[in-house]
Write a protein that binds this ligand. Structure first.
Ligand SMILES: Nc1ncnc2c1ncn2[C@@H]1O[C@H](COP(=O)(O)OP(=O)(O)OP(=O)(O)O)[C@@H](O)[C@H]1O
Length: 210
């Protein structure tokens, strides 16, 4: 289980949120919602261990992630705003690279995954020559490799068309049905996942009156 305990996040001397607690248990899909700039990405980066909280702690399986960074990162798949793909490599080579780096035990068929994410026929195209949505699909293909139980996904649907959104929503449901955990930010309606999503609504921070 992932737990945020009483987190405070401060950026450039501005408090984005304070005393924020959250859990994501096996089988749960949690959406962090709120207006632009409220602190969703900042929260996800804290939870992924990419930045440190001003106060509070993030725990994985009951222990602070700072004390088990390697183990935590084995269990975590984080997809941020940047697609994180290499433009000089082909779509296939990118996925093969992800697998070598992060999912060495995966036996998934990379061609099948690329077809599932709608990249059939584009496997040998350098990623730099793909459209924004196609690049995003190369990055998202990682999710089909299997492995990490916890997925933290920051706006995964950016530049993805309606069909692609449905395919990814189905995968999120399959992952949580299998006991996985998903924490996601998106400005899209998760129509297929409706009824399965728990929402954490972030609101602009208000200073306590003195
Ligand atoms: N590197 C940074 N240094 C200083 N301030 C930052 C930095 N990154 C973000 N901020 C500020 O932190 C606040 C929250 O940003 P964040 O990206 O977490 O918001 P968000 O809720 O994810 O927004 P969006 O919906 O637009 O993606 C913003 O006011 C932003 O200006």
């Amino acid at each position: 289980m992932l737990e945020a305990r009483s987190l405070t996040c401060v950026r450039e001397e501005r408090t984005l949120f304070s005393d924020l607690s959250l859990t994501v248990a096996p089988g749960e899909l949690v959406q962090v919602a709120g207006p632009n700039g409220v602190g969703k990405t900042s929260l996800l980066r804290l939870l992924a261990g990419l930045s440190r909280p001003y106060g509070g702690e993030v725990c994985w399986q009951g222990d602070n992630i700072e004390q088990q960074r390697d183990d935590y990162h084995q269990d975590l798949l984080y997809l941020g705003h940047q697609a994180g793909i290499k433009h000089e490599l082909t779509a296939f080579e990118n996925l093969a690279f992800f697998r070598r780096m992060h999912h060495a035990r995966s036996t998934a068929n990379l061609w099948e995954i690329l077809a599932t994410v709608g990249l059939a026929g584009l496997e040998d195209q350098p990623a730099g020559q793909l459209s924004a949505g196609q690049k995003r699909r190369v990055a998202l293909a990682r999710l089909w490799l299997g492995g990490p139980r916890l997925w933290i996904l920051d706006e995964p649907f950016t530049a993805i068309d309606k069909h692609g959104v449905r395919v990814l929503e189905q995968l999120l449901l399959a992952h949580t049905d299998a006991g996985g955990m998903v924490l996601i930010t998106t400005h899209q309606d998760l129509s297929l996942c409706a009824g399965r999503v728990r929402t954490l609504q972030l609101t602009p921070y208000q200073e306590e009156p003195a």
